[in-house]
Design a protein around this ligand. Sequence first.
Ligand code: ACO
Length: 363
Amino acid sequence: MSMGLENVVAAETCLSSVDGANGVLVIKGYALDQIAGHMPFEEVARLLFTGLFDDLPDAATFAARLGRAREEAFALGPYIDDGILALPPMDGMRALIARIEDGEDIETALGLLAAPAVLLPAILRRRRGLSPLPPTPGQGHAADMLHMLTGKTPSPEAAGALDTYLVTVADHGLNASTFAARVVASTWSGLTSSVLAGLAALKGPLHGGAPGPVIAMLDGIGRPDNAEAWIEAALARGDRLMGFGHRIYKVRDPRADALKAAVRRMSEGSNVLPGRLMLAEAVEAAALRILQAHKPDRPLDVNVEFYTALLLEALGFPPDAFTAVFATGRTAGWLAHAREQRLTGRLIRPQSAYVGPAPAEAA
Ligand code: ACO
């Protein structure tokens, strides 16, 4: 038995491969650095969906239909009431997505792919007392999401940074949320249910909930020369350092470098970002040194969440919304995995080892 299912292979997939020993992520035959920053998110989503849906449109039609799906998702705006606004954005978004009818077709998939990009900006604007802004279907998915958040046309650097981010997190092997999505798909429940399972699993701090606390850590440290003392004290309390360590990667997470490069591009011309980047680099260096001394037998390196935090902060997302932005990208992977699992027709149903009491003998 393996409590965390380490090294258990539970699915065969054509979607992505994570080589943890060498720090290589391959998505549908492309190394991450061949697509992140080079292929728009909608094309990567279409690539993931290829072979899994009947009637998959060509790339231009796919992008146009995703734009129309964003318009349809905007119709969920009136359901953003005080109850939704009282929840963390990830939970509010999950409650709204639960209103989408379950299905297995490409229309359902496009609706689910579109929804987070529209609903998250709408929730964040309502929370600030502003009206949600409708999507502009002709824009790229990432640029449109930023436009709906800020009301301004994003700079090419900002739109490119968000697009790079969405591609970087679009799929990543059989991570916890993707496994949850596949388990639900295996019961033939439908794509909405699978995405809801993915959202529920992603939000925990051991998975997609880490980048918000990374900002709290950077703010707590404040200055590069405070990093060592702050980290030593955190580890002495038994805390985990958010943004470090990974179940599969034993070396640096390749997604961290893709995101760090995007942050660096955005920092040119910014007054604030270079200082933030310098602090993050100092924290990263100190954390790696201290983790190495703390756990010499367990390689712990930086993971995707560390530079995610910096990038999403620079784009204007509040820390409690970071996980919901992650979900915006990962929905592509969840949908593809859910379809791939559904097409096998096979129910996922493992066994457990009973260690409870035996029934009392009848008198
Ligand atoms: N900080 C301090 N110690 C750590 C960290 C960390 N970030 N990560 C692991 N360790 C320690 C553990 O406490 C454990 O020590 P122990 O043996 O004394 O109990 C040892 O290293 C081995 O850790 P495991 O729990 O076996 O590693 P696992 O593979 O289960 O953990 C995980 C992976 C959950 C990501 C872990 O590294 C962690 O909690 N990181 C911080 C949270 C985080 O950044 N999550 C995002 C991951 S990326 C993603 O999901 C998108």
